[in-house]
Design a protein around this ligand. Structure first.
Ligand code: ATP
Ligand code: MG
Length: 558
């Protein structure tokens, strides 16, 4: 079956790299990296950065490293490292060699710090954090030099050695770069480059009690790895002069060029690890991989595919200016991919019993239908027709609206892949609620048009005696406001959609699904795309609704 070709959106970074390669810069080499801090799970924004960095390396026959910028041991953990590796692999990318860790460069970075001290470009400062804030100045006022700024090189070397040896308490002293307290760029006002933390590190154990700051580490780690194009998001633009200053003032082995692009912002979505962690910690969701989360692991569990995410990223412009992307575009990328790959099945979510009066009570018939309407290679599946079937409550109307194409009293519809049935009688309970329909079937309509009358409607169904009861989790958007983060007066959790999860504990699926495995995807005809959740057991399958068949968000909520 023909795959939809994915449009590659404009990408200014690709154009720059093409130009560099044409001019023979970096000997024509392209080396990129994806540099997460292992302090949470990756989200859809990271997916764009992964696709960009790994994609550029592929396009230019270069390499892309996976490097953990692990300078904050108190917020990091091995759980996050393992999750990040799994997510990058699942997206379909292979990093160059083993994964790397900024902590693997701690010795080298410490040497660079000593080099700065020896050049008179770094000093040990004893100001308290509060004092340091006062000395820093503001956006409109220059800062003031620290009283410790003119310490001698010998004193600084001695103090830094003693900081490293563990002689001082956390926060008692820091090592700062000596740049310019009057710089209009606050990042250059003698930033801290080392701080004291008596804490175990997940990679280096108790080897260190001084840790380099992220800003000191990030750019220099790129230089150590020989990264040619350091691609990051716009908020790091003002840090670039600092990264360059570090690289220019120590014996760095190479000089990467940094390019910044606008981070992906999706409406109806929060993409900040800190906020996502808050949702996990407060049990607003079941975990980082809750299918409503915009995390890669959540989207995977929801049934999104790597191809859908890659196609979405490729079709999203890599721009210099900020913009908001419609989450509907992500959902539609998921639909497009699942439409071509997901086998069809029927499942009745809100059942109402239909008795076929002229079908013998003990008779069954196996009906063979295609697994996919547009792809014969996917084979066929068997449906069982019997005396009683279930249809969805929404496919019956006591009073049919105009152009109604489903069942109503005295109206006919086709059971998908089966016969045409006509509703002869409606049975209601004392409250007037419809509890059963009595229909007759037309035996001459299997795979054929009816003679003498016209039927337009086709509805899904399953046998009431031969089916598979399953649990269905109907997911919807986690936030019901377009911009959950947009109002300072209000916490983003106030926009949590109370209807983002509806559990149907007993829906009825066709029997053929009984062998379905966790992660397998299906289109439940006329309902949407669903996948088997890992919570499933041999006794009972759980299906997650990945996405509806059409974008119905506006209609339901408008
Ligand atoms: P968050 O703000 O969610 O905590 P972060 O930027 O702190 O994210 P990192 O682990 O530092 O997360 O990010 C790794 C890489 O992913 C960085 O290069 C960062 O620029 C990029 N990245 C993070 N969020 C987005 C986003 N929304 N769109 C594009 N790239 C992103
Ligand atoms: Mg970060």
């Amino acid at each position: 079956m023909a795959e939809k070709t994915v449009v590659q959106a404009s990408n200014f970074v690709r154009n720059i790299i093409q130009e560099d390669v044409n001019q023979g810069k970096h000997n024509g080499l392209v080396a990129t990296r994806f540099p997460p801090e292992p302090n949470g799970y990756l989200h859809i924004g990271h997916a764009t950065s992964i696709c960009l960095n790994f994609g550029l390396a592929e396009d230019f026959s270069g390499s892309c490293n996976l490097r953990f910028d692990d300078t904050n041991p108190e917020k990091e953990s091995d759980e996050y490292i393992q999750a990040i590796k799994r997510d990058v692999e699942w997206l379909g990318f292979t990093w160059h060699g083993d994964e790397r860790y900024a902590s693997g460069y701690f010795q080298q970075l410490h040497g660079f710090a000593i080099e700065l001290i020896e050049k008179g470009l770094a000093y040990v400062c004893d100001l308290t954090p509060e004092q340091a804030r006062e000395y820093r100045g503001t956006l409109t006022e220059a800062g003031t030099d620290s009283p410790y700024r003119e310490r001698s090189i010998a004193d600084n070397l001695d103090l830094f050695a003693r900081m490293t040896a563990g002689e001082f308490a956390d926060g008692a002293k820091v090592l700062r770069a000596k740049i310019d307290m009057a710089s209009p760029n606050i990042n250059l006002r003698d930033p801290i480059i080392y701080r004291i933390r008596h804490i175990e590190h997940h990679q280096t154990g108790s080897d260190w009690c001084v840790y380099p700051m992220y800003d000191f580490t990030h750019g220099l780690s790129d230089a150590i790895e020989g990264i040619t194009h350091s691609i990051c998001t716009l908020e790091f633009e003002d840090h670039r002069p600092l990264y360059d200053w570090f690289i220019d003032n120590v014996s760095a082995p190479s000089k990467p060029q940094q390019y910044e692009f606008a981070r992906l912002e999706l409406n109806y979505t929060v993409t900040s690890k800190r906020k996502l962690k808050q949702l996990v910690d407060t049990h607003a969701v079941s975990g980082w991989d809750d299918p409503r989360m915009p995390t890669i692991s959540g989207m995977r569990r929801r049934g999104f595919t790597p191809a859908a995410l890659r196609n979405f990223c490729a079709a999203t412009p890599v721009a210099r200016s900020k913009g908001i992307t419609d989450v509907g575009r992500l959902e539609s990328a998921v639909r497009d991919d699942l439409d071509s790959h997901a086998p069809r099945a029927m499942c009745v979510l809100d059942p109402i019993k239909v008795t076929i009066s002229n079908w013998p009570a003990d008779k069954t018939q196996t009906l063979t239908v295609p697994a996919h309407p547009k792809d014969d290679t996917m084979g066929s599946r068997d449906l069982i027709m019997s005396h009683e079937v279930f249809i969805d409550r929404a496919d019956f109307a006591m009073e049919a609206p105009r152009k109604w194409k489903r069942l109503a009293p005295q109206q006919s519809a086709r059971l998908r892949g089966g016969y045409i049935v006509t509703c002869d009688e409606v049975i209601t309970d004392a409250a007037g609620e419809v509890i059963e329909l009595v229909c007759s079937y037309d035996e001459n309509t299997l795979g054929k048009k009816p003679e003498g009358y016209k039927v337009n409607g086709v509805i899904h169904w399953v046998s009431a005696s031969h089916n598979l009861p399953v649990e269905v989790r109907v997911y919807d958007r986690l936030f019901n406001d377009e911009n959950p983060d947009g109002n300072k007066e209000r916490d983003f959790t106030e926009c949590l959609n109370p209807d983002s999860l509806r559990v149907i504990s007993k829906a009825y699926a066709e029997l053929g699904l009984s062998a379905a495995q966790a992660g397998q995807q299906f289109q439940f005809e006329r309902e949407g795309y669903f996948c088997v959740d890992p919570d499933s057991s041999n006794e009972s399958l759980v299906f997650n609704r990945t996405v509806t068949l059409r974008d119905s968000w506006g209609k339901q909520n408008g």
